[in-house]
Write a protein that binds this ligand. Structure first.
Ligand SMILES: [Zn+2]
Ligand SMILES: [Zn+2]
Length: 284
């Protein structure tokens, strides 16, 4: 078995177009936006586009696919109007993802906006409960993403994510996306065999490794613990090649999708290079 590698793919021209793009650069897995990530209001996915999606999924074999939720969503917001809009938007994200058969919707847990972390976490839990109550029986998971801890964002400690899941009425709907840049910026080291083992043991103790359902593979422009969300190409940042090699060769993660979110241009040559670098790190 070799790990499943891929990248965030554009859906310009329709969500189903992402598969052809993904295939053209050798993705085994991928992430997409199912709606405009910078707008609150979006047209629903058309039935024929959903059909084209499933046809392209079987034709290319790219799986699993995850989506990334809108950056506007803040389930931790103390502002009722923004919080309600966030819940509504996340319900829409899950409905789209469920129709497309996605593994999960990756979402940043939220920011407490100076209410304090405990109040912020309680607010996120209340939001998640509303979202899951509105989408009963869905198979698509809500994937809470580890964050770098910029500003008042929550989710930069494994304990935050564990508390959100533990407090939720439907914990079985919730798992975690491990972003390497965010984790490193939050202070979780991956660079040596010892620090890598310690980070994953900590994840296992606090959250449980069976709940790690997706990796975002980004190197970090900043140093360990710098709390900045700045993605860098693989091997060019603070994490370096060794950190990625540890994950790629860890048999516990052979079925977990590993997805690039590194800077790219329209021809995607940076993705091609980053995927080649990652594949070169896999021990045969
Ligand atoms: Zn990410
Ligand atoms: Zn990021």
């Amino acid at each position: 078995m070799v790990p499943k590698l891929g990248a965030h793919m554009s859906t310009a021209g329709g969500v189903s177009k992402a598969f052809e793009r993904g295939r053209s650069i050798g993705c085994d897995t991928m992430q997409i936006f199912t709606r405009n990530q910078n707008r609150w209001d979006n047209k629903p996915l058309a039935a024929d586009e959903i059909e084209r999606w499933h046809a392209a999924a079987s034709a290319t074999g790219i799986a699993p696919v995850v989506s990334h939720a809108s950056y506007l969503i803040n389930l931790g917001s103390p502002d009722d109007a923004l919080w309600e809009k966030s819940i509504e938007a996340m319900v829409d994200e899950l409905q789209r993802a469920e129709a497309l058969g996605l593994l999960g919707v990756v979402v940043h847990p939220g920011a407490h906006m100076e209410q304090g972390e405990e109040a912020g976490i309680a607010r996120v839990i209340a939001g998640l409960d509303r979202i899951h109550a509105a989408t009963p029986g869905f198979r698509t998971l809500t994937l809470l993403e580890i964050t770098a801890g910029q500003g008042s964002t929550l989710g930069y400690r494994f304990e935050h994510l564990a508390a959100m899941r533990r407090g939720a009425a439907n914990p079985e709907r919730i798992a975690v996306c491990f972003d390497t840049c965010h984790a490193f910026a939050a202070g979780y080291d991956l660079r040596t065999p010892e620090t890598y083992a310690a980070t994953m043991a900590e994840f296992d103790r606090v959250i449980g490794l069976d709940l790690l359902k997706c990796f975002h593979f980004n190197d970090s422009k900043g140093a360990l613990g710098n709390r900045k969300d700045r993605h860098e190409h693989i091997g060019k940042g603070g994490i370096g090649l060794s950190g990625f090699a540890h994950i790629l060769n860890d048999p516990r993660f052979v079925h977990v999708p590993m997805i690039l979110e590194t800077p790219k241009s329209d021809d995607m040559h940076e993705d091609v290079e980053n995927l080649a670098v990652l594949r070169s790190l896999i021990h045969s």
